[in-house]
Design a protein around this ligand. Structure first.
Ligand code: ZN
Length: 453
């Protein structure tokens, strides 16, 4: 036997009141504060529902039909209007046949629901909680549909039962998403009628979420003979990695594919020890027969053995003459070019008197920046290394001393459009500084001094 259904019939005014209150809450909060808004809305909406609970129970005809056996009414209206079947007696017969009157089979007029203001309540890694409001709260339930940028058709992924929310707001949690995929959601109300037929309400707007697929971070590069070893940090969601290589000239080419997201190092063989290489790493994940890539890591440069030896020496110099100390004689007037202090120079008071100095390999007695750059050069190459001057940025190398705009520095990193330098007295106090960036455009009239044997 089919049970009669309970239909709630809300008073229009109270429903409107609750809707307006909740809608006002939504307007007042940013997406970050929605959880709070829902709480507040609950308090307010409770007032509205207290006066709107006059549920109307309508008896369903005892026709013995099971759900699904009845013929659906495609119009979606007026099904189950009271029907009176009158059997008209033949005129020739006495009206002994009783008039049969079926009990009323009324169903409340269907008030279709509308889902709206669908939004991302919370997103965390590969999970999302979506929330939406409904206009009438009359639906039997809400169907959640999802598509993504690889599977273009919406597919039903779940349902939420209707009639539960006192303040016309519903939620759905979706987990286990794939990183690097952009998902789009929409929600549609559905109404199951007494006869089992289903009528849909108005579908919501859409909302999207793409769980981040982070670029790998290269943690180290080492070089031994002809082998270069790269290591990076594991990327969440990765199914593997691709290694790209470039040499001094030319673009990047893929040189290795690594399957397994947990493998975080690679050995690259047959590399010329006298050449520089640049590398970047991308993570990939597999989805719907696609390979989805993260952005590329930052580029790591692996220097030739000769440059690497210079870099190792520079690393030692950075420790012996650290950033923030002063290359001067303020604390030890009888010191030599090895002396550093914690006291800034006061050039406006003492002039060059306490500035440190160095007898440079080109015959100049170098003060301040000039002496410091050449002293570093001698400590790297040895005092007897020959000097060759040139004016070409592209020929410039790590270890070259540069004179530009009345200042002297030594190159500690060389890039396409900029260098990083080691220097003294950049701020006028004979302070030591390692790592400042100098753009290629600032070096138009620079003179580069290269050391060699
Ligand atoms: Zn000074």
């Amino acid at each position: 036997m089919r049970q009669g259904r309970i239909h709630k019939r809300y008073k229009y005014t109270s429903r409107l009141l609750a809707f307006v209150l909740v809608a006002t809450m939504v307007l007042q909060v940013s997406s970050g504060g929605i959880a709070v808004a829902a709480e507040e809305a609950g308090d307010v909406a409770a007032v509205g529902t207290a006066v709107s609970g006059d549920a109307l129970q309508t008896a369903r005809s005892m026709d013995g039909n099971e759900p699904g056996n009845t013929i659906a009414d495609d119009t979606g209206t007026q099904t189950g209007e009271p029907v009176t079947t009158t059997q008209t007696p033949p005129t020739t017969t006495e009206s002994t046949v009783p008039t049969t009157q079926q009990p009323p089979t009324t169903e409340a007029p269907l008030i279709l629901d509308t889902a709206y203001s669908l939004f991302n309540v919370t997103t965390s890694g590969t999970s999302i909680k979506i929330g939406w409001f409904v206009q009438n709260n009359t639906a039997s339930g809400y169907t959640i549909f999802r598509k993504d940028n690889y599977k273009k058709d919406y597919k039903k992924i779940g349902e939420v039962a209707g009639g539960q929310s006192r303040f016309n707001m519903y939620y759905f949690q979706d987990s286990g998403l794939k990183r690097g995929v952009k998902y789009t959601y929409k929600v549609e109300p559905f109404h199951v009628r007494n006869d089992g037929s289903v009528v849909n309400g108005t579908v919501s707007n859409t909302t999207s979420y793409a769980p981040s697929f982070l670029a790998p971070v290269i943690s180290s590069s080492t070089r031994s003979g002809k082998t270069i070893t790269l290591k990076w940090k594991k990327v969440a969601g990765a199914d593997g990695y691709e290694i790209y290589q470039a040499q001094e000239k030319g673009g990047y080419k893929k040189v290795k594919t690594i399957s397994g997201g947990g493998k975080t190092s690679v050995k690259l063989n047959k590399k010329n020890p006298n050449k520089d290489y640049r590398y970047k790493v991308k993570a990939y994940t597999k989805y719907a027969s696609n390979r989805i890539f993260s952005k590329a890591s930052e580029v790591i440069k692996v220097y030739s053995n000769s440059i690497q030896k210079i870099l190792n020496k520079i690393a030692k110099l950075k420790k012996k003459y650290p950033t923030g100390k002063y290359w001067n004689l303020m604390e030890d007037p009888n010191g030599d070019s090895e002396t550093i202090s914690d006291t800034p120079c006061m050039h406006n008071v003492y002039g060059y008197r306490y500035c440190n100095r160095y007898y440079c390999p080109n015959g100049v007695l170098g003060l301040q920046c000039y002496g410091f750059a050449w002293k570093m050069s001698d400590l790297i190459y040895g005092r007897d290394a020959k000097i060759k001057n040139h004016k070409s940025y592209s020929k410039a190398k790590v270890g070259d001393v540069i004179r530009y705009s009345g200042h002297s520095v030594i190159i500690i990193e060389k890039h396409k459009d900029y260098i990083r330098v080691g220097e003294c007295n950049a701020g006028g106090t004979c302070i030591i500084l390692w790592g400042r960036k100098v753009k290629k455009s600032e070096l138009k009239n620079a003179t580069y001094s290269h050391r060699y044997y």
